[in-house]
Design a protein around this ligand. Sequence first.
Ligand code: NAD
Length: 483
Amino acid sequence: MPGFDIPLPAGHFIAGAYVPADEAIDVISPSTGLKVGAIACGDAQVVDQAVRAARAALARSNWGGISPRERLRALHAWADLIEAEADTLARMEAICSSRPAQQARTGDVMVTAEQIRFFAEFADKEGGHLVPTSDQAFGYISDHPYGVIGAITPWNFPISMAGWKLGPALAAGNAVVIKPSEMTPWTTLYLAELSVRAGLPAGLINVVLGDGPVTGTAITGHPDIDKVSFTGSTRAGGAIMENIARTGIKPMTLELGGKSPMVVFDDADLDLAADCLDRGIMPNAGQFCVAGSRILVARSVAEPLAEKLKARFARYAPADTLADEAGFSPIISAGQMARIDGIVQAARAQGGDVLCGGAAFDRDGSYYQPTLIAGVDHNNPAVTEEIFGPVATFQTFETEQEAMALAAHQTYGLCAGLFTRDLSRALRLTRQVEAGTVWVNRYGRSRDHILPTGGWKASGLGKDLGREAYLANRRTKSVLIDL
Ligand code: NAD
């Protein structure tokens, strides 16, 4: 690739080394629409090779049984190297993903290193515990690594998603076979390479490249993978559940899609709300799971809020992800952009009022304008479907009860935002909203990694981040000894 001096391997990373493989899947830059490389599509045999490498690494290094402090030190060394290689990782991310290099550096790479340190710290602090029994017995709960975790990640925020899986799995004493999205393969490979350079046992992280139907299915169905940890769409999550049920039961964590509401009451600070709503949908051009894509606003403040949003949305200028200045992100693929536009045009045809945007930017690559659609009813696909683009619907309500009825989604329950100065209302409604995360007078995660993330309903099963993610990578054993 011109101007890019970092190798972009086509093959997998197994047992601490790159494995040459035939190119099978093209990788396209969403900024230009041009091919930037190609990768292999690992079949069941390659997945098996990776699982055996993981098993061998666990046996050789005793990773799950060494002093937890030793695991912690090794993970900190890996995080050090990730920080040292931040520029390379960020540019590698920008080459094929929707992440501008600058944002990938500060927002993704550096935060991932911080999260690996966060999870490393659990290694020597979380453990089993004694339980009360009669004095005739001695009872305790011990906890243990699973062994080999099979992880599968999406194309949005590839470094962060890999970190969310690898950090807790390794800290908890497991090895991992990970498959990044076929659209954004390289940073996960490089994270694995850096782990070996940092001194982690070769084979602890194995990366198998490929698509969902072939490689993903081989991972979720492999009999010697002890647990599956998946982030991606609800559709793929369902297929994974089915495959796991068909091939043998194993535990799974599923982080899936969302269609989250941001509810603005008439007493809200409208400037603050507009800033948060903007940040709640436009980063990464709306391509993030917790995107607040359904704006619900009290009718009395709808007009001024719409004006404030339009002014903010008009500021975005698209730029190549490798440009010096971070710009508005491209849509990951031409196909996904056509899908976004299809939903917007259908909403328009059904009487929707497109307040701004509603078309692609006139330039190369896949860039869609920040779009706000009013006047659509609650069953319109623009309101019900996860669009995964810079598109928010704008619906109004009269009463709190109506607001909560609109906020409820039949399928998803990932996140919700509430904007009000009324503390009692905020506390009351945080209890009522069916979502795994509720933000009040803000929208989006902080760097409080202790807060777990994960959906209710069809938005998922289990949690990433937080203590929960560490514990999700350990399994417990109840022990009772008669005295
Ligand atoms: P996707 O489901 O198409 O693919 C995700 C990953 O799963 C990819 O690596 C893909 O190759 C693989 N895959 C696809 N089908 C599979 C199958 N049948 N078996 C095994 N693996 C399979 O999702 P995407 O388009 O890459 O990512 C966007 C989706 O991810 C959105 O729905 C978004 O909400 C979701 N997401 C959720 C979270 C969260 O924390 N809840 C975070 C990021 C993204």
